[in-house]
Structures are given as C-alpha cells and as structure tokens.
Design a protein. Structure first.
Length: 392
C-alpha cells in the first residue's frame, strides 16, 4: 500500500528543498507541483516559462488526479507530492484526495515575500494561496479530529534533523538520515520551470542555516500583514508548538580535543581546554549564517557564533567579540543570503577548517546529523568528517 503525502505549501517556502529531502530517501517517489500546468492553462496566469510548462505537463485536471491516485514510480511505498493551493483553480477540490495524508508547509510571511520578490517584480496575495491553505487545514483538522502536521520552514532550517524526525513520526514513517543532505544537480522529477526557479536548489547539498527575519516596507509590508493571520492559524499547530518545543537538538556533547587552534578558541571563549561543547553548537559553527570570521587558522561563521551566546551564557554578541578580537575582521565577501536563493544552496566558498587542511566547499549549506566524530574546532577529525560529506 502506498503512503501518499500531499505537502501543501506556497511558493518560496523551502518547498523544493523539502522535496529534495524526501526524494533522497530510497523508499520515496516525489512529484513536483503536478497541477501547475493545469493551473496555468486554466488561469492564463502570467508566470515565467508558462508556455513551456503547459507544453510539457499534463494539463487535464481529472487526468492528473487519476495519476496521483495510481501507483507510485518504481512501486515505491512512499509518494511525496509537492502541492500549491493557489494552483487549485479547477474542478479538483478538498474531497478529491481520498486516502492521502495531508501536511502543510508554512513560512513567516515577511521572509516568504522577500524571497518571492527576488524572483518576480511584484507580489499579490493570490500568489501565495494562504487563505485556501488555511481553509483546507481547518477542513482536514475537522475530518481527522486533530490538527494535521504543520511544518514551519524556519524550524526546518534551525533544526533539520529534529524537525524532520518529528514530521516523519507524524506521517507514520521512520526518519532517514539521508533526508539531511543530497547530491547537487537537477532531477528528472523537477518541474519544467526549474531553469527559472531552481538555480539555488540545484547547487545545494542540504538545508542551510537558520534565517533572519526579513524587513519589508511599503506594499510588501502591507502584503505580509495581510498574510500573517492565515500563517498564524497554522503556525500555532506547527510541529512541537503545543508542547513548547524549540528547534535545536538536545546537546550530546563533543570533546574539545587536541590542537593549539582549538585551545586558542576555547581560551577566547573563556573555557578551559578539554571542555565539552554541545554538538549542535559545533554544527552551527560549521553551517554558519552570515559571515566568516578568520580565527585560529579556521573559518568561523559569525552568525553561528551568535547562537553560541546562549550555549555559553554570554550576553548577545559576546562570543563574536571574543572570537574576533582586535585585528580580526569579517570576510567582506560573505553576505546574508536568502534560504531559497543561496543559504541552503550557497555557491562554492572555500575555507580551511583547522589543521585538517581540507577545503570546505559550500560551508553555509552544510547540514548533517550529529555524529560522534564531530570534534571541537580545529580538530583534523572534524575537518575530515566534513570533507567526507562534501566529497572533497
């Protein structure tokens, strides 16, 4: 029996990265916005590559519905279908997904709209389908007698392993660590619109760092305000919210070992050599957020260091000050990058991690499960472990 997962999203919600994540499971087939062609043909919406999409896709609503209810590719037991409610302008409605397991992917409206406007000149409320998404969520909750799974893109970026593990549990499937990283490149399952929208995800090898709140003004800010009540309706039900769960795995600890560089880092943070740092904090240093700070012979992402403040009990910014110190300057080439444009798919950016001497490509996109091999900054074993994941 096939588990059909209908993941309902809007554009620029990390939806394609989530499809990559599920598509990297050996047991899962994926479909990319299967109703998009029918939507474009019915609505005549002025979207990039509309003619090419219509020509390449099945644009018959009933035919698409029959296909999605049929056997999955290669007979796989899980079928992850990426859907957008704003596409559903034809005769297919709420009742036309019998036997499907529905889940909902959301993102803070300001970040969603800021990302959308990087690809298009203007945005309208109808481009996101949040009202339809919220309406279907309420219907599905009534049918189930409980809230269906809701995933916030911000939670995925803050804690891929924890959030995806919880999502898989809600979906009734085992979490697979393969969901945390994937090979770069285009997929045969990508929609024909990929050349316009997917440059970043094609370069990606995993989820990127946590995102910062976007700042909007004018019409964009007013649009975000209009979207926010619908987002809030679902956000209160997002995975873990009811239990007060916060993104971020429980620290399991990793010993700070060995090298002079590591000792120097710990000394700058006011810690003794040989102290233990939380493994998730080390991952945050490896993934990074906003810019590089050269220190002790390795590259540290300063935005990740901000998150160490909480780990170490420092006031905001103290970790960065101690690590930068006099004469240390951030790398001017590094920028705050939108998760849909580059943060989970950064172009290659090289650095050297500790005395392992391995070049780290796309360090901002690195997102791996914690392992016992993670060691403190500067440890060659840590550099070697990252090198294995990046194929360097």
């Amino acid at each position: 029996m096939t588990l059909r997962i209908a993941m309902w999203s809007g554009p620029r919600n990390l939806s394609t990265a989530m499809m990559r994540s599920f598509g990297n499971r050996a047991d899962t087939a994926v479909s990319d916005e299967p109703y998009y062609g029918a939507f474009l043909k019915t609505s005549s919406a002025d979207h990039p590559m509309a003619k090419e999409v219509i020509a390449a896709m099945d644009c018959d609503w009933a035919s698409v519905a029959r296909s999605l209810a049929g056997p999955a590719r290669e007979g796989k037991p899980v079928w992850y279908q990426k859907h957008m409610w704003h596409h559903m302008v034809g005769p297919i409605g709420y009742a036309d997904f019998p036997g499907f397991t529905h889940a909902f992917l959301i993102r803070d409206p300001a970040n969603m709209i800021a990302s959308y406007l990087r690809k298009r000149e203007a945005a309208a409320f109808e481009d996101f389908g949040l009202d339809r998404q919220a309406e279907f969520f309420a219907r599905e909750a009534d049918r189930l007698g409980t809230a269906p799974p809701v995933v916030d893109a911000g939670d995925v970026l803050a804690d891929p392993r924890g959030t995806l593990s919880a999502l898989c549990d809600r979906l009734g499937i085992a979490f697979d660590p393969a969901m945390l990283s994937w090979p770069s490149g285009r997929r045969a399952t990508d929609g024909p619109w990929a050349p316009h929208w997917y440059q970043a995800v094609e370069a990606s090898i995993g989820f990127g760092p946590p995102e910062r709140p976007a700042t909007l003004s004018g019409d964009a800010a007013r649009l975000a305000d209009r979207c926010r009540p619908y987002y809030a309706q679902l956000a209160v039900h997002r995975i873990g919210a009811a239990e007060g769960w916060q993104a971020g795995p429980e620290p399991t600890g990793a010993a700070a070992q060995g090298s002079p560089q590591a000792a120097e880092q710990l000394d700058q943070l006011g810690l003794a050599a040989g102290a233990c740092l939380a493994e998730d904090a080390l991952q945050m240093v490896a993934r990074g957020v906003d810019r590089h700070v050269a220190s002790g012979g390795r590259l540290i992402e300063a935005g990740a260091v901000h998150q160490l403040d909480g780990e170490l009990g420092f006031p905001p910014g103290e970790s960065e000050q101690r690590l930068e110190g006099p004469g240390r300057r951030p790398d001017p080439a590094s920028q705050v990058l939108d998760p849909d444009d580059a943060a989970h798919a950064r172009p290659a950016k090289e650095g050297v991690l500790g005395r392992g001497g391995r070049h780290i490509h796309d360090i901002g996109a690195l997102a791996r499960p914690p392992t016992d091999q993670h060691a403190a900054a500067g440890d060659p074993a840590f550099a070697s472990e990252i090198g294995k994941h990046l194929g360097d």
